[in-house]
Design a protein around this ligand. Sequence first.
Ligand code: ADP
Length: 677
Amino acid sequence: MTKFFREQIEKINLIYGVKLVVLFLIYFATAKLGLQFDAVSGFATLVWPPTGIAIAGILIFGYRYWPAIFLGAFLVNFSTGAPALVALGIGLGNMLEAVIGVFLARRFGFMREKGELKNILLFIFFCVLGSTALAATIGVTSLWLGGIVSLATYKATWIAWWVGDALGALIVGNLIINFRERLSLKNFKLKKAAEGILFFLILIVCNLFVFTNFFTTKTIETNNPIIVYTIFPLLIWASLRFGKSGAVLAVFVTSVISIWGTVLKQGPFGVGELSDNLLLLQGYIGVIAGTSMILSAVIEERLKTERELTNERNKDEAILESIGEGVIITDTNGVILMINRSAQIMLGLEPARAIGSYYEKVIHIEDKRETPLVIANCPFTLVLSSNKVITDNYYFRPRNNKKFAVNMTTSPIVFEQKVVGVIDVFRDITHEIEIDKAKSEFVSLASHQLRTPLTTMKWYSRALMKEESEKLSPKQLEYVKEMYHNNERMIELINSLLNVSRIELGRFIIKPVEINIREIANEVIHDITPYTDGKKIVIKKHYDEKIPLAMIDPNLLKIILQNLLANSIKYSKKHATVNFYIENKEKEILFIIADKGCGIAKNQQEKIFTKMFRTDNARMIDPEGSGLGLYIVKSIIEQSGGRIWFSSAINEGSTFYVALPLLGTIKREPGSRLIYS
Ligand code: ADP
């Protein structure tokens, strides 16, 4: 076991040692090369790629590789003729430059966060401008202490040192870091590679033309400095098309060729003293490098954000695509923007045909009574005009598929407080509807069958009560009355059930005929008198003088009024008054039934027309109600083309309003009559 560990440690040390030596050798070699370029005061050269190598080395391998830098810098200076102590000072300065630069840049988030721009700015600030100034100061001060630099030459040496290091960091350092990060064949694209090769050929030719006499034997006089601007469009090309790596490489190529030309005393920077020329040239390279790197970082950041957004969008779309429910998204003009797979299958619609088309052109929708919906009544239009969510049942009639029923929720899509579209989410409920229908049919059949024996019982018990009453003892008469009463309640319930099943099967007749509304209303009041008398309730009539004849189904009107009046009596106290108004409105006839009874609590009002719903206080007052009356009333009214609504306050009373069209209600046949009892 220990042997294994020893081996591992040795292996690690071996790798470390090899890397250290490689880094040292590269550093040493490039430093030697740099010093060839007209070093100011013998040591400060304007071309100093080792700084870039040192920074990249520490960044990539880690802080523990500092000895390679230290030794490299020490030996290169020592071998160039610096006294040992001075060389040690320079070595220390160059090593600290890399270590402190990397440490500070990392400390502030370099390469940790996503922002490309932030990364490049941190790099420029700490590694290019900051730590290089420190190295220049330590290095030149060592030279001064060693008597190699005088105070008079201190400044020029310091500037040369600093500029050389800064450019080394900016160009060489950046180049290594970038290429290590990005070189991968995974994203290799032939077209892009061809463009890259073409670009670099053009760049090299332009650089040779601008900075050297490679193509011509230009005289110095013809070297107009303006010509250096021709490199700018090329660097913009690199930043736009090849990102940060492209920009860094382009700057690198430019600096190599321009330095070469300048050293050969060619090109716009080839005039005068070499050290002055190099300083000017490095200023120029600094500007183009900084600008193109910042530009490319901004562009990369934008591209990355765009990619992220596209990814997010694709993810959202994939989620919508995979939902089992049908989803259709339209814009506010009704143009389909998206239709998911389930909707495509259900509607038999190809996305190519649906997307970009108007909803009503490709989707045929009918309401739950199977009447085709015109655009004004489509859920889409209603949602846009009301800004509310609508859930209802509809039928879709696809072109090639069978018609099917859906339950659909249509909602507005709100973005930044503005409605930008509409989303439909629907599921096929054909099966549920079939089950419902079968249930209604069963209830209809059972109720129908039950009615006959109940009616027989009704007549026999009535006969016993009336014709045979004297033959019965008072106790027996009491029993018969009780039987009669309960039988009546059962008939009432069976009638309600039969009515409900006929409504649900959509099979009830609406047969409008010309009627005298007052007469019908009076008939209902007359029929209901046994109830009112029991509680000593007065129904006060307020009929408008002129109520014209109207085309209404008298049987249905009776059912409506009977239910509403019976409720207002049922839920009022004894001796109360119920006000009954019939008003002639311009296009409608309005019935108002107002009581001062128990009222309906606010939180229960929205359920009042639901099948079998009863309020808590109603259950206490009359435990036997069925909760079917208002459901039947509302269904009749709505299917006849009328409206019903109410206002109510708990313990204060309720007022129900029914409006029927004066021109006549909707007509519907064939079917069965609803029962008025
Ligand atoms: P039922 O009267 O048989 O319970 P309805 O469908 O006619 O059934 O009425 C449903 C419910 O609405 C009643 O149970 C009651 O809670 C409430 N309601 C209806 N009319 C009135 C009214 N005039 N005053 C108070 N509550 C009422």
